[in-house]
Ligand binder design. Structure first.
Ligand code: ADP
Length: 175
């Protein structure tokens, strides 16, 4: 599988100290919010929102990179996932989040990236469908990666973890 390790764990995206970058399930203005964005901004401190002002707004599917401030990582990659059933085609826009985030990490020479389940909270994307899209996007992007060696999905519950784990096992088989 092109030498890239892909894993799923249960945990908090804002507490992944061994990863070069964590991905924020951001809003268009890159402001602190609820869920993932709330956890990332509160752990990073107010400097993150300040830096993000110059990078906003972003569109669905887009990814931008900032420093990590007080987070234990080198960078935060901010992705705007699609609002399910509103930003269409949702599956393509969600896949672009994963692809653009990975390519951005790679262009910055990063070795490890941790993702939350983008769009599956407030944005309403059904978890199993989102997991399938994520694994397909990874499979499509892995051959283009040079520096990235570890991709981690960080899920918030045991149930979410098993859905992503299952998608990983079927989605990347044969790679
Ligand atoms: P979106 O607006 O893209 O839907 P959310 O932050 O509302 O993003 O939720 C995305 C997913 O992340 C949901 O499955 C939610 O349960 C999960 N989540 C929320 N907080 C955290 C966290 N601190 N670490 C990891 N996952 C989280």
């Amino acid at each position: 599988m092109t030498g890239v390790r892909v894993e799923c764990v249960k945990g908090n995206i804002a507490a992944q100290p061994d990863m070069d970058a964590v991905v924020n399930a951001a809003n268009a203005q890159l402001l602190p919010g609820s869920g993932v964005a709330g956890a990332i901004h509160s752990a990073a401190g107010p400097g993150l929102a300040e830096e993000c002002r110059a990078l906003a707004p972003i569109s669905p599917g887009e990814a931008v990179i900032s420093s990590a401030h007080n987070l234990p990582n080198r960078h935060v990659i901010h992705c705007l996932g699609p609002v399910y059933g509103v930003d269409e085609p949702s599956d393509r826009l969600l896949a672009e989040c994963y692809r653009n985030a990975l390519l951005l990490a790679d262009h910055n020479g990063l070795a490890s990236v941790a993702f939350p389940a983008i769009s599956t909270g407030v944005f309403g994307y059904p978890l199993a469908d989102a997991a399938t899209v994520a694994m397909k996007a990874l499979a499509d992007t892995l051959p283009s990666l040079g520096s990235v060696r570890l991709i981690r999905f960080v899920l918030f519950s045991d149930q979410d973890l098993s859905v992503f784990q299952e998608a990983l096992e079927s989605g990347l088989s044969g790679q």
